[in-house]
Design a protein. Structure first.
Length: 301
């Protein structure tokens, strides 16, 4: 008997949001998986728009109760899950093939890993691109799409789930805590899911940038200024990177991480000498290390 995998999908007023068809696609993609041991947990945040009647009409099993946000719902679902392994698939998203869970489980078991990551296809109204895991940049930004992250329930419980103080980047916080508390990752080179943009706009990402900086500051044990610098320019002091790597277990690409850190530092040094950028409402003029104008300075606080 193979280990049971719990796929968790959180919903709230999907009819009112006009996202019923997306949810049906999500549901079907879970049902189509060739992995033989899957349960799909639908955790609804007490919808009032007819979503629950829609679930009843289609015979969809669900749990519905108020929550304080998506990460609170995720934590409740972890407790409700029967699976030995857990994956969070949002109601707008769906698996790209019927082998998504099989590929993830195969990699997890083969590598005796605690969590996995893979390629995601990001879909927007006017754009589409692949989001590849960027573990080399994990200490300065989100390294992969959380929809590709299959985890052991034991790890999630040991890490006490998602930190609900965060509104947007609790998944990144979880990834960093997993890396830095010695949990092992397995990487899958295939695309396993489609991730729709729309829930979080670029304007919201900009608004919550201080939250990401806080995640980096806390987990990498930096000062606020160091964390802002790390996120903005993509590098940390080499000694700090080595100290962080020492906390990980069998990190897949230490050499690539160190090279990325070094290259980001070199680019930063070049930009300090001279930089003129006057496009897309991002204006910056810097000559010989002196900044004369930086239209983005207020967001990096």
């Amino acid at each position: 008997m193979k280990p049971l995998v719990s796929v968790i999908t959180v919903t709230k007023d999907i009819l009112k949001a006009g996202r019923k068809d997306y949810f049906i696609q999500c549901l079907q993609s879970v049902q189509d998986q060739d992995y033989p041991c899957v349960e799909h947990i639908i955790l609804d945040g007490a919808s009032t728009d007819g979503t629950l009647s829609f679930f009843d009409e289609r015979g969809i099993s669900y749990i519905s109760e108020p929550d304080t946000g998506i990460y609170n719902a995720y934590n409740k679902a972890i407790d409700a899950a029967n699976g030995e392994y857990i994956l969070f698939l949002n109601s707008d998203d769906y698996f790209s093939s019927n082998q998504a869970i099989s590929l993830s489980m195969e990699a997890m078991l083969k590598n005796k890993a605690d969590f996995s990551c893979a390629v995601a296809r990001v879909i927007g109204e006017k754009t589409a691109y692949y989001m590849y895991p960027r573990l080399r940049a994990c200490f300065t930004g989100t390294p992969f799409s959380h929809q590709t992250m299959l985890t052991s329930k034991k790890m999630l419980q040991a890490l006490h789930g998602f930190d609900e103080q965060y509104k947007l980047y609790a998944d990144y916080d979880l990834m960093l805590r997993a890396f830095l508390q010695g949990y092992k990752v397995a990487c899958i080179s295939e695309c396993i899911c489609f991730f729709r943009l729309g829930g979080i706009s670029s304007q919201q990402e900009r608004k919550f940038l201080p939250e990401m900086i806080t995640v980096i500051e806390k987990n990498c044990q930096l000062t606020r200024r160091q964390a802002v610098h790390a996120r903005r320019y993509g590098f940390l002091p080499k000694k700090k990177v080595l100290d962080l790597l020492a906390k990980t277990v069998n990190f897949p690409c230490p050499d690539a991480l160190l090279a990325y850190n070094k290259n980001s530092f070199i680019k930063y040094c070049i930009k300090q000498i001279i930089r003129i950028k006057l496009k897309h409402d991002k204006k910056c003029i810097r000559v010989l290390g002196i900044t004369f104008w930086d239209s983005e300075k207020d967001i990096w606080k």
